[in-house]
Design a protein around this ligand. Structure first.
Ligand code: ZN
Length: 366
């Protein structure tokens, strides 16, 4: 026995990781944004070199408001309007995640935002899927295998959710694993999109909903009770339904909604850095991640937007380790939580858990 590996960024990169909540248009390399902008004649970028541009994205996203955070996407989406742009961004996302030790990733994007240069919804999905498959093949050749599943997002302020739900089903066996709605929560409850969710449920399709991020319990309640989602995108405000009167988590009192989320094992796609950036939680040490983990909610660790948060899966895990003192067994549990909650068939999930995740952590545990 050699004992457990030291927990640092390098060793966490070696650990197999599973990621459920990552936005394609929030994970571009700054250099790629610049090159694609030059290729497609987009002149709106706020900086002309990769370093300054990367910093601009992080600073703009750091403003503490979800609405301001969402503004940064105008630039990334602007350079993802062509077959080349979509393919390249998808390919690089798969490669970057694989290089960080992510073995399974669900990457989401909103096809309706990529129609400015005349592509159809189906073409947008096809080119993006091609990019993911290219990235997977290259990553495997580099000895860093990754499986990427695509989620299609509908924007909650728009009126195309039913169309995007239909698109999700058209590509269900071709790399698309499920559906999501995203965008500013305030004023746009998920129940605006009930026909999309009813259609998905009628067709036994998976979906997650951004809920309980900027907005509180009513949003989570609607997402579960009326829309019937499988997972909660963020869901961090479930903490508002939990009180801990004493000093021990054993004293925690859960309301009906929190009990339901825990009893039903509803996965929470928590995104620590992003939750702090958007003001969903005041600081990392005040993030309810740890309380939810200790209460045995099905917590998962996610990046949300790697460019805007200047982060990676390994860095998110390291932040949690530094803040809450987690060890390898905790990181393994969060990873298995994510893999159990993936929108791929059950035998595929088990195979990754048994053949990749467990052996990978066994090595790190020594
Ligand atoms: Zn998100």
């Amino acid at each position: 026995m050699t004992g457990p590996a030291k927990l640092d960024l390098a060793s966490i990169r070696q650990a197999p990781k599973a990621l459920l909540h990552d936005h394609l248009d929030g994970g571009l390399r700054p250099a790629t944004v610049l090159e694609l902008a030059a290729d497609c004649g987009y002149e709106g970028l706020p900086a002309d070199n990769a370093k300054d541009l990367g910093e601009w994205f992080r600073d703009a996203a750091d403003s503490g408001s979800l609405e301001r955070y969402l503004e940064t996407f105008a630039h990334t989406v602007a350079v993802m309007q062509t077959p080349e742009g979509l393919r390249r961004v998808a390919r690089e996302a798969a490669l970057d995640l694989a290089a960080d030790g992510v073995v399974y990733a669900e990457i989401r994007f909103a096809p309706e935002q990529h129609l400015e240069k005349g592509l159809t919804l189906d073409e947008v999905v096809e080119y993006t899927l091609e990019g993911f498959r290219e990235g997977e093949a290259e990553a495997a050749a580099l000895g860093q295998p990754i499986r990427v599943t695509t989620l299609l997002t509908a924007m909650r302020h728009a009126a195309r959710s039913r169309e995007i739900a239909e698109l999700t089903l058209r590509f269900r066996d071709k790399g698309v694993g499920g559906f999501d709605i995203a965008g500013a929560e305030a004023g746009f409850p998920p129940t605006r999109h009930l026909d999309a969710f009813e259609y998905l449920r009628a067709n036994h399709a998976h979906f997650t909903i951004h809920a309980g991020e900027a907005f509180g319990l009513p949003s989570i309640h609607e997402a579960l009770a009326f829309c019937g989602c499988d997972r909660l995108g963020h869901g961090v405000r479930i903490i508002d339904d939990i009180t801990v009167p004493g000093s021990s988590v054993d004293d925690a009192v859960l309301g009906q909604l929190a009990n339901y989320v825990r009893d039903q094992r509803i996965p929470l796609e928590l995104c620590p850095s992003s939750n702090v950036q958007t003001g969903a939680v005041p600081s990392l040490d005040k993030h309810p991640f740890d309380l939810l983990a200790r209460l045995r909610f099905r917590v998962t660790v996610n990046t949300d937007n790697r460019l805007m948060s200047d982060t990676s899966m390994s860095e998110e895990m390291l932040k949690l380790v530094d803040t809450f003192g987690y060890g390898w067994t905790d990181l393994e549990r969060f990873t298995i939580n994510a893999m159990k909650s993936a929108f791929i068939p059950f035998p595929d999930r088990l195979k990754i858990i048994d053949e990749v995740i467990k052996p990978g952590y066994a090595v790190l545990l020594g």
